[in-house]
Design a protein around this ligand. Structure first.
Ligand code: PBG
Length: 312
């Protein structure tokens, strides 16, 4: 038990099923680590949850999903916010910080379909649903014959649209399906060499007030060191590319015996140009490795691609 005068932690959370699952998961972990502690959920709807019919890239990107939660923490209506790391903007507002990164779930993208078992089985002209520019560009590069159609909404909405026959297959993060106990919908987890995941995919992070030492002490047992290094490297790469909003960027890292291996990708929206590189180094250098890989990618032509994407 940590010595602290804090007896309650309030978790600001979005109301989507996945967000609630993650908040409950953190609540459970906190209660396990600190049996005396009361943990409550403060659910709220964000702009990102309200605007469901417009591609994310057009409405300002990921920040829309976290703003309300951050304001609640700054105003003292909540103490922590639980995020999917891949939805957390690379920079934090003054007074808040990302304190904790929990152990990563399956980081891969999942192929979900009612008729087909694998990406390779899709016939020419098959309609694949995803709104992620990262998935779109990699899919187009792999299979220029597929038709990629926008797909927004929470996990259940996306599955419903597939079941209604609007798509032949959809791509979702495996982690979301696993957490919502729908892993039977995963026909095939696409290996990371075929489809490079988004930075932080599958990892849950906890944000809190930067100077709230009591809360930080209570969060400490939830930290997973290897996941932290990996996610820090991936995020540093995105930061180096200024990949704050929705962009066709993939970054994924693994650690073997303390050595971190980071792979990065920037692609054009049509999938015609894909720039890839990788870097290795001690896990402690996670952020430098990410920054270094970003500058290599920029030099190799990612700057031109990204400027085009931002202009659109
Ligand atoms: N962009 C929405 C989002 N944010 C996190 C996940 C899944 C879980 C995760 O990556 O931690 C998803 C769903 C998806 O991309 O299919």
């Amino acid at each position: 038990m940590t010595q602290t005068s804090v007896s309650e932690i309030r978790i600001a959370t979005r109301e989507s099923q996945l967000a609630l699952w993650q908040a409950h998961f953190v609540k459970q972990q906190l209660e396990l680590a600190h049996p005396e502690l009361t943990v409550t959920l403060v659910p709220m709807t964000t702009k990102g949850d309200q605007i469901l019919d417009t591609p994310l890239a057009k409405i300002g990107g990921k920040a829309l999903f976290v703003k309300e939660l951050e304001v609640a923490m700054l105003e003292g209506r909540a103490d922590i916010a639980v995020h999917s790391m891949k939805d957390v903007p690379v920079e934090f507002p003054e007074g808040l910080m990302l304190n904790t990164i929990c152990e990563r779930e399956d980081p891969r993208d999942a192929f979900v379909s009612n008729q087909f078992d694998r990406l390779d089985d899709l016939p020419a002209g098959a309609i694949v649903g995803t709104s992620s520019l990262r998935r779109q560009c990699q899919l187009k590069a792999l299979r220029p014959d597929l038709v990629i159609k926008d797909l927004r909404g929470n996990v259940n909405t996306r599955l419903r649209k597939l079941d209604e026959g609007q798509y032949d297959a959809i791509i979702l993060a495996a982690a979301g399906l696993i957490r919502l106990e729908m892993s039977e919908r995963i026909k095939h987890a696409i290996d990371t060499h075929t489809l490079l995941p988004a930075n932080g995919q599958g990892a849950v992070g906890i944000e809190c007030r930067a100077h709230d030492n009591e809360i930080k002490a209570l969060l400490a047992p939830l930290e997973h060191t290897a996941t932290r290094y990996r996610v820090l490297a991936e995020r540093a790469m995105n930061r180096g590319l200024e990949g704050g909003c929705q962009v066709p960027i993939g970054s994924y890292s693994e650690i073997t015996d303390g050595e971190l291996h980071l792979r990065g990708l920037v692609g054009s929206l049509d999938g015609q140009t894909v720039i890839q590189d990788d870097i290795r180094g001690p896990q402690e250098d996670a952020e430098q490795l990410g920054a270094e890989l970003a500058s290599r990618l920029l030099k190799a032509g990612a700057d031109v691609i990204l400027n085009e994407v931002y202009d659109k």
